[in-house]
Design a protein around this ligand. Structure first.
Ligand code: SDX
Length: 425
């Protein structure tokens, strides 16, 4: 932090505010002292607000850069795997080979759920949205581990991280199995993380199931690319919930709830629904016009981002993976992929999108990959939540292991001034 100052003139007053610089990225103006001056800052949607200090992930939206603990996302996608990135996000450094092996083995030994948790699934209707089930079941984890909820104990926080990383694939797969009326599949310790998830999703007790290495690799890459993304809406929700001292399971459940919205994690499901609604390349122009029409609520799902005003680096990796998976499955002529490719080309040449710097984001291609793997659209956001759990937990952990205060924003009040209750005649 430096001793630089910004000067703010409010009426006839001149207020000096500290300015801090991070390692990289925009400086921040510390406005905490403004409340003593009787004024608030105003930033609905937090477009220009740094809500915290963090060392986990850095995004340069103008350049399309995403770093996890300093490592570029494209290098991690190419050379690492999801569990190694989980270790990196949580601990700040890549693991040694021994640490990596120990971490993988630890996760494998936490993948089962307490058997009574099965009852939670059976309380839902079979046609419940899997995100509703996941939200309920993850929040309920706090009822099974109350002996390990001292958030001031680093070891208890570490065990909770292991439990969440390990159990989310089991919970996610069981949400799917429950919705199609098939028996739950138990995790297997002879499979790696992504293979195990696909086994629990598509395996049945009647026969062996060995997922294709290409699909397992694509699944792991999807997990990796969605692992963390700085202070997005769901991560900020987790931090705010955590700032009250709520237990980590409840905080992660709040992140799942926030992710569900179509403007955020629900976008990948909405992309597939949009491509299906477009139906044919000849309809693309009509939908582009709808997206540009201020009076039409329709937006091009999978396009635009609050921070990226360039290509989302994850979308670039995702686009390559989509081609690999579809080629492996002999689906290069998949009609939805054709519509997506044409839509991307047209949108990137259209002034409306170019002026507003609306590029494809992480959700634009992920849905195509997930659909090719055989995952139903209703499970897309569940998989996003599974992947992002490590990001949510790492930010929660960074906050609770340091000095923090309860988050309590203020407002610009535009309601009625004081008025008396009308006396009864
Ligand atoms: C994720 O924050 C994160 O990091 C999120 C995420 C993560 O990993 O956690 O990256 C994951 O949520 C990705 C985003 C997925 N959402 C979608 O794909 C839904 C479609 N995109 C939009 O809803 C929108 O772009 C947002 C929500 C992503 C961003 O919204 P902003 O930053 O509030 O931008 P805005 O709504 O103010 O849009 C600016 C302009 C507006 O037009 P004008 O008022 O200037 O004329 O761009 C237009 C918007 O109407 N616009 C779009 C558009 N997105 C923005 N117009 C058509 N289609 C779109 N998709």
């Amino acid at each position: 932090m430096t001793d630089r100052k910004a000067t703010l003139s409010v009426g006839d007053k001149s207020i000096e505010l500290p300015v801090y610089s991070g390692t990289v990225g925009p400086d921040v103006i510390d406005v905490r002292g403004l409340v003593q001056e009787g004024v608030f800052t105003y930033d609905p949607g937090f477009v220009s607000t740094a809500a915290c200090e963090s060392a986990i992930t850095y995004i340069d939206g103008a350049k399309g850069v995403l770093l996890h603990r300093g490592y570029p996302i494209d290098q991690l996608a190419e050379q690492s795997d999801y569990l190694e990135v989980c270790y990196l996000l949580l601990n700040g450094e890549l693991p040694t080979p021994e640490e990596n092996k120990r971490f993988h083995d630890t996760i494998k030994n936490h993948t089962m759920l307490h058997d009574q948790m099965r009852n939670f699934f059976h309380g839902f209707r079979r046609d419940a949205h899997p995100m509703a089930i996941m939200c309920g079941v993850v929040g309920a984890l706090s009822a099974f581990y109350h002996d390990q909820m001292d958030t001031s104990d680093p070891r208890q926080r570490e065990i909770t991280a292991h439990r969440l990383i390990a159990k989310m694939p089991t919970i996610a797969a069981w949400c799917y199995k429950y919705s199609i009326g098939q028996p739950f599949m138990y995790p297997r310790n002879d499979l790696d993380y992504a293979e195990n998830f696909l086994h629990m999703m598509f395996g049945v007790p009647c026969e062996d199931y060995k997922p294709s290495p290409t699909l397992a690799k694509a699944m792991d890459k999807i997990f990796l690319l969605h692992a963390d993304h700085e202070q997005n809406a769901s991560t900020s929700t987790v931090r705010l919930a955590g700032s009250t001292g709520a237990n980590p399971y409840a905080c992660i459940a709040s992140g799942i709830a926030a992710l569900w919205g179509p403007a955020h994690g629900g976008a990948n499901e909405a992309v597939l629904d949009m491509l299906a609604e477009i139906g044919d390349e000849k309809n693309i122009e009509k939908f582009i016009a709808k997206a540009k029409d201020k009076d039409d609520p329709f937006r091009l799902m999978g396009f635009g981002h609050r921070v990226y005003k360039n290509f989302d680096p994850r979308a670039k990796v995702m686009r390559e993976t989509a081609h690999e998976v579809l080629a492996e499955l002999g689906l290069e002529d998949d009609p939805l992929l054709k519509i997506a490719q044409r839509l991307e080309k047209i949108a990137l040449e259209d002034d409306y999108f170019v002026e507003r710097k609306l590029y494809p984001n992480v959700d634009f291609y992920s849905g195509i990959i997930l659909k090719a793997i055989g995952i139903p659209t209703s499970m897309f956001t569940v998989i996003f939540a599974l992947s992002r759990t490590i990001g949510w937990f790492s930010h929660w952990n960074e906050m609770v292991s340091g000095n923090y205060r309860i988050g309590r924003p203020r407002q610009l009040y535009t309601g009625e001034e004081k008025r008396d209750y009308p006396t009864k005649k």
